[in-house]
Write a protein that binds this ligand. Structure first.
Ligand code: COA
Length: 252
């Protein structure tokens, strides 16, 4: 298990809005199992805290997140009880408005987590990518149902199967974003504050209604994805792709 470094997840509360910041900029905010653990407990605590009415998630530095920490995935045995899956469950079940602010690279879970958010703002330089197939993996976090539902089967297949990235304007056109903003964190916090001043029960009930039709279906897909992802992690295709990435970085 990775060591949990609390400084890698920053938590700040202003009035009734909680901000969670991925803070590992030297590694493009790649998320370790320790960070997933902190993220899961932070979301679960926020869900039960009457003083918190909305949460904003963002990343420090030039990238939102480079996705799962590859070294962590190479060194740790991932099971369905691993922190990454606790985080995904906490994300899927989170009952309050969840907003995201994205800048730079949003790779893997950096894009798929956005599909669970209620509002997303991105900077003009945001670059989204879900390179699961390229890495020998399969889509995760419910993205194999959430993404085609958003963009249609043809577009989802193209993006998943080629592994190509897409920019903020395309993400806006897809409906993944609420807006492109020079300062997405500031905008997300402003909107979170507006929502936090709305009648709280109406907000909770509205989010629950918006998500209710597909909640269980998504949970089932996430379980199936998780099992396939876990097995794929051990495959030669994936281990080879991870080795290639790490050795290219070591060579500088
Ligand atoms: N896991 C572990 N370390 C990562 C990482 C990841 N997912 N992404 C980046 N890093 C590390 C790099 O190894 C490098 O570390 P170093 O300075 O000690 O060598 C540092 O973060 C900076 O990354 P670098 O690749 O040099 O930055 P870049 O601006 O050239 O490229 C990305 C940014 C995000 C395009 C590129 O880092 C990348 O493709 N990362 C992997 C994304 C990925 O495949 N994620 C897994 C999805 S399941």
């Amino acid at each position: 298990m990775s060591e949990i470094d609390m400084s890698e997840i920053l938590i700040d509360q202003v009035d009734q809005v909680l901000t969670i910041t991925l803070n590992r900029p030297e590694k493009k905010n790649a998320i370790t199992q320790g960070m997933y653990s902190t993220l899961a407990s932070t979301l679960n605590n926020a869900a039960g805290d009457f003083g918190i009415r909305a949460v904003v998630i963002s990343g420090n530095g030039k990238a939102f997140t480079a996705g799962n920490d590859i070294l962590d995935f190479m060194n740790e045995e991932i099971t369905l009880s691993s922190p990454v899956f606790h985080f995904l469950k906490a994300l899927h079940d989170f009952p309050k408005p969840l907003l995201a602010a994205v800048q730079g690279n949003a790779v893997g879970i950096g894009t798929t987590l956005l599909l669970h958010c209620d509002l997303v703002y991105a900077a003009p330089d945001a670059l989204f990518q879900m390179p699961f197939v390229t890495l020998g993996l399969v889509p995760e976090a419910g993205s194999s149902i959430l993404f085609p539902r958003l963009v249609g089967h043809a577009k989802a297949s193209e993006i998943f199967l080629t592994g190509r990235n897409f920019q903020a304007q395309e993400a806006l056109t897809m409906g993944l974003l609420n807006g492109i903003e020079e300062n997405p964190v500031q905008r997300a916090i402003e909107v979170a504050q507006i929502i936090a001043h709305q009648p709280p029960n109406a907000v909770l009930n509205t989010k629950a209604l918006l998500k209710s039709a597909s909640h269980i279906a998504i949970e089932n897909v996430m379980l199936a994805e998780g099992e396939m992802f876990r097995i794929a992690l051990q495959s030669d295709e994936t281990q080879g792709a991870f080795m290639k990435f790490m050795s290219s970085r070591l060579k500088g």
